[in-house]
Design a protein around this ligand. Structure first.
Ligand code: NDP
Length: 444
């Protein structure tokens, strides 16, 4: 049995009931086999893989709070501090009823490689709670955030662990969490990112993930003697990542013809009018369906199937496992050439393999959506310097980071005779930096 297979079996045996974590480890170890095989003895002697798959620390705690009826509620709180070889732990907090240790370990493990690819000094972590902010009053959300932070603040800090938002944790929650940290620890420091602009947030953070997706797509296209100019693009979702991916793709000359939400999708052959989408989604918090009522020539289709729209470029920016193999078969049949993941794991494994085997150039989310966390790291730098950079400065840095990520993953794939396999390239390039640092720091 190979070293990677042995370690995978050990993970399954030692982490029972954690299917998402097993899946994430398997995907990474499968990609790393070519690297490990070249140096197996050295990696084995240092138990590198055993250490890589074991979080440095998991903090699990009780979060009691009082709801609007005066009833005491109790939620579970977690922080998985996965790997700090290259910098303080960094990764989001997710508040969602499905949150459990398996999901946070899977996300924390992925985050280690994503953060490494950014080239910035950030380790990997993830945290959250099974608290559901949907339908809660503002006071209830504040009460929960204050209780959550009262415990979490013992384990985080600007040079230790810097959480950010994720599903269910937006600007409002970050504000309440930051306020409580400052109050309890008496420290005004960059302990969280995604903060408001009046208290240490960074310009361009809102746009960063979507812009980054298109910047790296642009690099991929240039490398294949192609460009976005005149291309037809489909973007899934109509949230933060999707909106700013549409904005940047349009600026670079593409025509985005479709977007969706979880109810259905719109098709606008004249190119999406983003002002209308922003008004519906960011201002009125409505449904994408309303677009077809407001824009002449646009249509709305209820349900799934946005992949049926013919396009050159498909950017899944909604949610995990939204694109399955049947969807990818339709995209291939209609001549789609590029899939770049804005969301985390939006393409099933089978669909990814089908796409790559059938001539689609595919960039995984781990590399393509890293612009979000990279800009969070830029927020940390600004906080440390007590400075605020201009939009142009942050945008230029983000752009360069995405250019560099493309170069790294493309180069890693080529070095292992896997040209154009960016899934392997991302895992390998992310691994190399972290493992170099782990080896240099001894058995810790
Ligand atoms: P938002 O909540 O802002 O937007 C998500 C969008 O996807 C909404 O339009 C939502 O529609 C839609 N959606 C959700 N489920 C489905 C579905 N089953 N089918 C079709 N559409 C669906 O999230 P973000 O844009 O911030 O995040 C999107 C993805 O990107 C997530 O996977 C996230 O983890 C990832 N990501 C985000 C980063 C960021 O900086 N924001 C950074 C890195 C990754 P509806 O309104 O109906 O729910």
């Amino acid at each position: 049995m190979s070293y990677t297979e042995e370690v995978y079996e050990r993970v399954v045996a030692q982490n029972p009931g954690e299917p998402e974590f097993h899946q994430a480890v398997k995907e990474v170890l499968d990609s790393l086999k070519v690297v490990i095989d070249r140096n197996e003895e050295k990696y084995r002697s240092l138990s590198i893989l055993e250490r890589l798959v074991e979080p440095e620390r998991i903090i699990s705690f009780r979060v009691p709070w009082v709801d609007d009826n005066g009833t005491v509620q109790v939620n579970k709180g977690y922080r998985v501090q996965f790997n700090s070889a290259i910098g303080p732990y960094k990764g989001g907090l997710r508040f969602h009823p499905t949150v459990n240790q398996s999901i946070l370990k899977f996300l924390g493990f992925e985050q280690v490689f994503k953060n490494s690819l950014t080239g910035l000094p950030i380790g990997g972590g993830k945290g959250g709670s099974n608290f559901n902010p949907k339908g809660k009053s503002d006071r209830e959300v504040m009460a929960f955030c204050q209780s959550f932070m009262t415990e979490l603040c013992k384990y985080i800090g600007a040079d230790t662990d810097v959480p950010a938002g994720d599903i269910g944790v937006g600007g409002r929650e970050i504000g309440y969490l930051f306020g409580q940290y400052k109050r309890v620890r008496d420290l005004y420091e960059g302990v969280l990112t995604g903060k408001g602009l009046t208290y240490g947030g960074s310009l361009i953070r809102t746009e960063a993930t979507g812009y980054g997706v298109v910047y790296i797509l642009n690099e991929l296209m240039k490398d294949h003697s192609d460009s976005l100019d005149g291309k037809t693009v489909v973007v899934t979702g109509s949230g933060n990542v999707a909106i700013y991916a549409v904005q940047k793709a349009t600026q670079l000359g593409a025509k985005v013809v479709a977007m969706c939400d979880s109810n259905g999708y719109i098709y606008d052959p004249n190119g999406i009018n983003l002002d209308v989408v922003k008004d519906i989604k960011e201002v009125k918090r409505g449904r994408i369906k309303e677009y077809a009522d407001r824009v002449e020539g646009a249509t709305y289709t209820e349900g799934v199937g946005i992949w049926n729209i013919k396009c050159d470029v498909y950017l899944p920016c909604a949610t995990q496992n939204e694109l399955d193999v049947d969807g990818v078969k339709t995209l291939v049949a209609n001549g789609c050439k590029y899939i770049v993941e804005g969301a985390n794991m939006p393409t099933t494994r089978e669909a990814t393999e089908y796409a790559m085997d059938n001539g689609i150039l595919f960039l995984p989310g781990k590399a393509a959506n890293a612009g979000g966390v990279a800009t969070s790291a830029l927020e940390m730098s600004q906080n440390s310097q007590r400075l605020s950079w201009t939009s142009d400065e942050v945008d230029a840095k983000l752009h360069q980071i995405m250019v560099d990520i493309y170069a790294k993953i493309s180069d890693a794939a080529k070095r292992y005779d896997l040209t154009d396999n960016y899934v392997a390239g991302a895992n390998i390039a992310g691994f190399e930096k972290v493992v170099d640092a782990m080896i240099a720091q001894g058995i810790v």
